[in-house]
Write a protein that binds this ligand. Structure first.
Ligand code: AMP
Length: 397
């Protein structure tokens, strides 16, 4: 399929974009505007291997989008001159309403707005991106690609929390799961790399970035995933704790800690940052190698949680063809990968090739021994490209 797709990922104070040629899978230009709404915003537009940076005062996402269009006009490719096949928007929460990429109209926009209580930090920002792009490109198909959509195949036994009916029904409390675009892409690539049909491959995907999640994928369908109602559940992350005892809010409120403080701490001050003061895994590893006890403990806790999820998902799947690592840490940290797989040979047949794991190989590669029953793969995630492809498919359907 050919055509140019502008991919937009709008955060609360940022606007990330990527102009992708779906035919060649190449990025023609990309960029990021940060600190929107603050006194001084920063913008970077990258094209032809060059970064063009500027500072500006941008009141809102509308002003940021104007700046992006001007950067395209000045440094290329001029969006006024080329024909866009679609604009693809990353939308974090699609609730139970969206199980696939969806062309945006007023009704879809209203539904994304109705889902704000489920993603109070993310969906309002995503909506801002949608609104400015629709206003600027009214004749170009706009497609929402949801982080949650891939996990809509979860069976009720995996998505249901054992809580009261009215919480489940009136407040839509259930497991939704996130990073779906990445889990979908990486599990499909893993099957392809093993020469298996997607329908025949069982894959455990470990997306380990600043946010981290594990997914059990059976024959191309997500059957369990570690993030839940929100992206806080599951693995230990940069600043989020993953699984916790549900009694914690009540326990801390009795000690005078407000829900706002609790929410902030769980999003921004927990995970390895809470354990060792940093969420940069390179720094964490250097400190651990030098014997720093907090850093060692933090990495130990991360690895222990990963092993628990790998074991659990092996049990959920019954048979595992591949474990696939992706995202910043998954792609670049051999020690985290090795620690996550330690001791899984006898029971699960996962045998890491230490040399292949430690080699500074980039791109897709296998890091398990030839005799390993389960292939262990590193598969760089391509979220923007996947969003572009999905948006193009919807726009031409
Ligand atoms: P992401 O959210 O996918 O961009 O991943 C960000 C995370 O990847 C951060 O915690 C980084 O510290 C981590 N990261 C990036 N490069 C490396 C590396 N070479 N070794 C270890 N961690 C890395």
């Amino acid at each position: 399929m050919n055509g140019l797709v502008l991919v937009i990922n709008a955060g609360s104070s940022s606007l990330k974009y990527d102009l992708i040629d779906v035919g060649s899978a190449e990025s023609l230009a990309s960029g990021l505007v940060e600190r929107i709404g603050e006194a001084s915003s920063l913008a970077r537009h990258s094209v032809d291997g060059q970064d063009h940076r500027q500072e500006a005062s941008l009141a809102d996402h509308g002003a940021a989008f104007e700046l992006v269009l001007a950067a395209f006009g000045e440094h290329g490719p001029d969006l006024g001159e080329i024909e866009l096949l679609a604009v693809g928007h990353r939308v974090v929460h699609g609730g139970a309403d969206f199980s696939e990429p969806t062309r945006i109209d007023d009704d879809v926009e209203a539904t994304i707005e109705r889902l704000i209580p489920l993603a109070p930090l993310h969906n309002p920002a995503n909506l801002k991106g949608i609104r400015v792009a629709r206003a600027h490109f009214p004749d170009v198909p706009q497609v929402a690609v949801f982080d949650t959509a891939f996990h809509q195949t979860l069976p009720p036994r995996a998505y249901t929390y054992a809580i009261k009916r009215d919480w489940r029904e009136d407040h839509r409390v259930r497991r939704y799961g996130f990073h779906g675009t990445s889990h979908s892409y990486v599990s499909r690539r893993a099957a392809e790399l093993l020469g298996l049909a997607v329908e025949d491959a069982n894959v455990i995907v470990l997306h380990l970035g600043n946010g981290a999640s594990a997914t059990a994928v059976a024959g191309g369908r997500s059957v369990d995933t570690s993030m839940g109602l929100s992206p806080l559940e599951g693995l230990v992350m940069g600043t989020r704790p993953g699984d916790l005892d549900p009694s914690l809010p009540a326990h801390l409120s009795r000690a005078g800690i407000s829900l706002e403080e609790y929410d902030r701490a769980l999003n921004k001050e927990s995970g390895v940052k809470g354990l060792a003061g940093t969420n940069d895994f390179r720094e964490l590893q250097e400190r651990a190698d030098a014997g720093d006890r907090d850093a060692c403990l933090a990495l130990d806790v991360v690895a222990h949680r990963l092993r628990k999820y790998i074991g659990a998902y092996a049990a959920v799947l019954g048979r595992v063809d591949a474990v696939a690592f992706t995202a910043g840490i998954g792609e670049h940290s051999p020690p985290v990968r090795a620690a996550a797989l330690q001791g899984l040979t006898e029971l699960f047949g996962i045998e890491l090739d230490e040399a292949a794991n430690a080699a500074a190989t980039s791109g897709e590669h296998r890091i398990s021994t030839d005799s390993s029953r389960v292939a262990v793969l590193v598969v760089p995630t391509e979220e923007e490209l996947e969003i572009a492809r999905e948006a193009a498919a919807v726009a031409t359907s």
